[in-house]
Design a protein around this ligand. Structure first.
Ligand SMILES: O=P(O)(O)OC[C@H]1O[C@H](O)[C@H](O)[C@@H](O)[C@@H]1O
Length: 303
């Protein structure tokens, strides 16, 4: 388990801005057996990260509001997929392309990641590196390593480095699946996709053209490819989601009906979040040759 790894113990001892905490004290009354969390406290922000998935669960700029939503029914257990924050879906997005029995959205979000680096720079930006090393197994047959670097200032930036350590070429699709906290989904608009084609997962993956901003009056599950520009969320506050090498944008909310059927969301809780995800999936997926490394970055800023 991550909390026993020597590099974590050394980094905790070296850096006052880092401490260990747990889900029971930070997310009281949530189901599950509990998880260790890394707490970050700097002059610019407060944040919580689960080693399970290297998942940013909470981010609050100093003097500002919480950016991320965590479901009141999020199950905090080792190896669970945590419903909220920014899960990293990797090395496949959605159902596995050829074997539907494998977990949705790959394996990275449910594995244990190691904190391998931490520093606070001269501008008080906190840089954290988390690593996951995958040795071929029954769920994904290729060796790879992934590094997720979180840069936390008044805003968060997440960088992904993916390295094919195997001797074969493989395809990877992935997204940073951000759950943004909103006061009511009914008033949310997602802008910047007008006129673009999307695969509508609510209508069997068929393609349609977006007209105007995306609004939410029921289930929305749209995948846009080849989007180079930022996307803006208008939810009272305005947030810009910018990607570098993140050409895919996924916009998701369950709506009322589907929320009732998903145990870790539950009746009425769809109103508190909107997912606007950036990455590389469908036709934007990555093909990595043996030894190849690729890099991508997503940042979230006020618009
Ligand atoms: O329930 P999960 O496996 O976490 O997936 C949650 C959602 O993720 C994405 O946004 C997909 O486009 C949705 O189709 C999916 O339902």
């Amino acid at each position: 388990m991550s909390r026993h790894n020597p590099s974590l113990q050394r980094l905790l001892a070296e850096h006052e801005f880092l401490s260990l905490t747990d889900s029971q004290s930070r997310f009281a009354d949530h189901p599950g057996s509990g998880l260790p969390l890394l707490a970050v406290s700097t002059p610019l922000c407060e944040a919580l990260i689960a080693f399970n998935g290297a998942q940013l669960l909470s981010f609050k700029p100093t003097g500002g509001e919480e950016l991320l939503w965590v479901s009141p029914n999020c199950q905090f257990s080792e190896g669970a997929s945590l419903r909220g924050g920014i899960p990293l879906c990797l090395p496949w997005f959605g159902p596995h392309p050829s074997d539907k029995s494998r977990p949705n959205h790959g394996i990275a979000r449910t594995r244990d990641w190691h904190l391998t680096g931490a520093r606070l720079d001269d501008h008080q930006l906190c840089h954290l590196s988390f690593e996951y090393t995958h040795n071929a197994d029954l769920l994904f047959e290729h060796d790879f390593s992934a590094t997720l670097v979180l840069t936390l200032g008044l805003t968060p930036t997440l960088s992904l480095h993916l390295h094919n350590r195997s001797e074969e070429t493989f395809d990877a699709s992935w997204v940073m699946h951000t759950y943004f906290a909103v006061s009511d989904i009914a008033g949310v608009r997602v802008e910047g996709l007008d006129g673009r084609e999307y695969a509508d997962k609510v209508r069997g993956g068929r393609y349609f053209t977006q007209s105007g901003p995306i609004t939410f009056s029921g289930e929305v599950d749209r995948v846009f490819e080849d989007i180079q520009l930022p996307v803006t969320i208008d939810a009272g506050r305005r947030l810009r989601v910018t990607g570098d090498n993140c050409p895919s944008v996924v916009v998701w909310n369950t709506g009322d009906q589907l929320a009732r059927k998903i145990a870790d969301i539950g009746p009425g809780h769809h109103t508190g979040y909107v997912c606007v995800e950036r990455g590389a999936c469908l036709g934007d997926s990555w093909r990595l040759a043996p030894g190849e490394e690729r890099h991508a970055e997503m940042s979230i800023t006020p618009a």
